[in-house]
Design a protein around this ligand. Structure first.
Ligand code: ACO
Length: 428
């Protein structure tokens, strides 16, 4: 088989290399298209555009496969800790005992925030969305650690900075919640693990230390693993685009938080719960949502359904659905939003509109019910996603620099007015 693709344009023939990935995915390398032919390609939303070579995460949307550095999501979700997976995503291999000990020690060391940084939280209004606080505070951290602005993608300084960021995001997230809730902040407890410490900072009270339940800790660990990376999604691509100008790691991930915030991306987990609550409170049948989602004159979309890449079940939603059932049983919670979600899923899977468009539940469909069960407030759901996605963002920023990738700068086809002379105000 030829490893070239031929393109016929304006009576001439041009050849472009065909590149094959390690899982046999194929692409036509058109990087010389414009210089050779004068043409560009058009692909709004980048549905068919490869923007980089990456060895971090593999997704096969047709067959519902997700692998971090080659490890299937089903296996790591069952057996690993989030800290191990963060290390894997960042550095390419699972840590040995010593590496894990050192990485965990770094996460503990960097958990506290600089006292002056803490004061900034009180400057936000009570109504400030935690995603806005998170993005702002991530940029602010770099002002208190100016050395991180110079960090490149390799060596001990990078490792220290990556660990610092992984740790600080968790503390900032918990403090943002405490401030917004009008509660005093809880400083990190070095005796607790990554998830336990977060739960303590969120839920301990001055006179009553939160008792970290192993069941809840495990559920949070699983949630974070499932969000650790997902190749070139909207927020990760944003981190890469910002990083491609050689912007520092903190600004790049702060931009990632902003991209994640939208309801079509990481904001969907909270939107799913809002949608289910609306069904519950209004007493409408789930079919009402389905009819609205199908109506092209109604901007409403069925939240937690559909995916750019998965045209089959999102493997993360299958894992989450099972986990949610298990967790509710273990915690002895009855949540009628789960019943509504199951009803809604069943009805969509029989509906021609959803079948013909390959719309299945995505990661956000069941994750909100898990977060609800462990007591996370609704306005923190996307923040939880951001904590989980941090290793993926950092790893992609690192890879971009390691590959010395060019600055991101797409082209356009101009559709505005053609050249015309200026008309003075008097003449208009
Ligand atoms: N409800 C109703 N119709 C939908 C939905 C939905 N949730 N998702 C897609 N469609 C329809 C579109 O209207 C379109 O129909 P058409 O062919 O008749 O015009 C068709 O399915 C294809 O959809 P696109 O919008 O082209 O798909 P795209 O890949 O651009 O969007 C997205 C993917 C944003 C996830 C979309 O499915 C969606 O909006 N889902 C709801 C929001 C959501 O759950 N987001 C979380 C995604 S996972 C994540 O980011 C972590």
């Amino acid at each position: 088989m030829s490893n070239k693709a031929t393109l016929n344009l304006d009576g001439k023939s041009f050849e472009f290399d065909i590149v094959t990935g390690s899982e046999d995915e194929k692409c036509v390398d058109i990087s010389s298209l414009r210089s050779e032919t004068g043409y560009i390609t058009m692909d709004p939303g980048f549905g068919n555009t490869g923007s980089c070579f990456s060895s971090i995460t593999y997704v096969d949307g047709t067959n519902g496969i997700l692998q971090y550095r080659g490890y299937p999501i089903e296996e790591v979700a069952e057996k690993a800790s989030f800290v191990e997976i963060a290390y894997l995503v960042l550095y390419g291999e699972l840590p040995n005992e010593e590496q894990l000990r050192e990485f965990s020690a770094g996460l503990k060391e960097h958990a506290p925030l600089h006292t002056n940084l803490e004061h900034h939280f009180s400057g936000f209004p009570k109504s400030a969305p935690p995603m806005a606080i998170l993005s702002a505070m991530l940029n602010l951290v770099s002002c208190f650690h100016p050395e991180v602005l110079e960090v490149t993608s390799a060596g001990a300084e990078f490792e220290r900075t990556a660990t610092l960021l992984m740790s600080k995001v968790r503390t900032i997230a918990a403090f943002a919640y405490r401030m917004a809730a009008g509660k005093p902040i809880n400083h990190p407890n070095p005796h607790l693990g990554y998830c336990g410490n977060f739960l303590h900072m969120m839920f301990s009270d001055p006179y009553q230390e939160y008792q970290v339940s192993p069941v809840v800790e495990k559920a949070l660990n699983l949630f974070l693993i499932l969000h650790a990376d997902h190749e070139q999604n909207c927020s990760t691509s944003t981190v890469r685009v910002v990083g491609s100008s050689r912007a520092n790691l903190f600004s790049s991930v702060a931009a990632g938080v902003c991209a994640l915030w939208g309801p079509l991306h990481g904001g969907a987990n909270a939107a799913v719960i809002a949608m289910l609550e609306d069904i519950r409170v209004s007493g409408k049948k789930p079919e009402h949502c389905i009819e609205r989602a199908k109506d092209k004159n109604d901007p409403f979309r069925l939240m937690g359904f559909g995916h750019r890449v998965y045209k089959n079940f999102d493997p993360r939603s299958i894992i989450l659905k099972k986990q949610v059932h298990k967790l509710l049983a273990e915690l002895n919670i009855e949540d009628n939003l789960l019943d509504l979600a199951l009803e809604l899923e069943e009805a969509t899977l029989k509906d021609d509109y959803f079948i013909s468009r390959n719309l299945y539940p995505n990661v956000d469909f069941y994750s909100g019910i898990l977060l609800r069960a462990i007591g996370i407030p609704l306005n923190m759901y996307s923040v939880m996603f951001a904590i989980g996605r941090m290793p993926g963002w950092i790893a992609n920023w690192k890879e971009l620099l390691d590959h010395k990738q060019r600055i991101s700068r797409p082209r356009q086809i101009y559709t505005g007015k053609t050249k015309r002379p200026y008309v003075t105000l008097m003449e208009r």
